[in-house]
Design a protein around this ligand. Structure first.
Ligand code: GLA
Length: 410
């Protein structure tokens, strides 16, 4: 075509381009500057997890005792108890679903625990409008001693795709001298090659600082060792929730749409903390734009647990589309202020009292990067109350081990 006739067609081409849905434009337009960075599969692992993944995982409550009936009952509960409507999507079977490899090397399920098979279970979860996840490991064996994926990456990814798996958590036991970046990149490639959209949850406990290299490999990476259902401190290979939050907090610059810091699954409802402490746990995770993966028995939870997991005001902070991880902006002994910038120009603010006595904690607008004079509407996200407009500062008395969480809007 001559340059002249191309020029004559230009207005029509421009018009057509503007009228196309965004996804079609992305396919047509090779200029990476026209794509939202996080939606560009060349800049993130796969374009999935634009907001922090939400769902349930079997490990914290059921560990190796997970079975088909439990997973079905959990999917039933999530679909009907409000969790699905609140955004919980992925039903993930953690370690110990595996049987042995068959004569051709394909992984099979443990037929005692999963007599109906993983394909049927996946179909069941999908029929509830939910997504299905499983677990494997980059080494020869999983942490629970089942067959790992080392040397079988493409074959396992293919099998997962055949089963309809939407989410893979990939652990780091029995990996010997393997290089983490190489091992995770290999499975990431294998998942992409399977042809199915599979969210990739990396679990190497932050050992080799995945936040520095994994944003194009995985959708989330564990930043710490295992969480345990205690308030704080280190216990063998696991840590209490506040200690986990402290390790994850400084990594805030590395999180964003498509690639999240993962301070591990929630312990809310597992019985080791008070309800006040569980509210703090859930609030801290939401402030940090962490994946919200419930780890309790959601089919049999009490009203207090339910009210925490279903606090849609707090969930909206976690799921804010700007995808900024909040962090600590002020500290004086046990009293802290955390701030998370939101896509509407406002802030989520957490007043956190680590101490054993009630404490008054105040957030000055200047700590939040807001001009002192600006009047902001304040909503208390646990009291579910609008508190009117304030300028300069918001202050409250905070219960021991508790939080006050507010949302500021101009
Ligand atoms: C590791 C992981 C846990 C869990 C177990 C399963 O400890 O960090 O989250 O998956 O393995 O064995």
């Amino acid at each position: 075509m001559s340059k002249k006739s191309l020029l004559r067609m230009l207005p029509a081409i421009v018009l057509l381009h503007a009228a196309l849905p965004v996804s079609a434009q992305e396919v047509l337009d090779p200029d990476p500057n026209t794509l939202a960075p996080s939606k560009d599969p060349r800049r993130t692992a796969n374009g999935l997890a634009q907001t922090p993944p939400m769902g349930w995982n079997s490990w914290n409550k059921f560990a190796c005792k997970v079975d088909e009936a439990t997973v079905r009952a959990t999917a039933d509960a999530i679909a009907t108890n409000g969790m699905k409507d609140a955004g919980y999507r992925y039903v993930v079977v953690d370690d110990c679903w595996h049987g042995s490899r068959d004569a051709n090397g394909f992984i099979t399920e443990d037929k005692t625990r999963f007599p109906g098979g993983l394909k049927a279970l996946s179909d069941y979860v999908h029929a509830k409008g939910l997504k299905f996840g499983i677990y494997s490991d980059a080494g020869t064996k999983t942490c629970g001693g089942r067959p790992g994926s080392q040397g079988y990456e493409y074959q396992d990814a293919l099998q997962y795709a055949r089963w309809g798996v939407d989410y893979l958590k990939y652990d780091w036991c029995s990996t010997g001298v393997r290089n983490a970046e190489e091992a995770y990149a290999l499975m990431s490639d294998a998942l992409r090659a399977s042809g199915r959209d599979i969210l990739f949850s990396m679990c190497e406990w932050g050992n080799s600082k995945p936040w520095l290299w994994a944003s194009k490999i995985g959708n989330m990476w564990r930043t710490t060792g295992d969480i345990t259902d205690k308030w704080q401190g280190k216990y063998n290979y696991s840590w209490g929730v506040v200690s986990i939050a402290d390790m994850n907090e400084p990594l805030w610059p590395y999180a964003g749409p498509g690639h999240w810091n993962d301070p591990d699954m929630l312990e809310v409802g597992n019985g080791g903390l008070t309800d006040t402490e569980y509210r703090s746990h859930f609030s801290l995770w939401a402030m940090m734009a962490a994946p919200l993966i419930a780890g309790n028995d959601v089919a049999n939870m009490d009203a207090a647990t339910r009210a925490i997991l279903l606090n849609t005001d707090v969930i909206a902070v976690d799921q804010d589309p700007a995808g900024m991880q909040g962090h600590r902006v002020w500290k004086d002994g046990d009293r802290e202020v955390w701030s998370k910038p939101l896509s509407d120009g406002g802030r989520a603010v957490l007043l956190f009292n680590r101490g054993d006595a009630p404490a008054t904690i105040g957030a000055d607008w200047t700590m939040l990067g807001l001009p002192r004079s600006v009047r902001m509407q304040v909503r208390d996200l646990w009291a579910h109350k609008d508190l009117g407009k304030r300028a300069g500062r918001y202050e409250a008395t905070v219960a021991p081990h508790g939080v006050v969480m507010v949302r500021l809007k101009s």
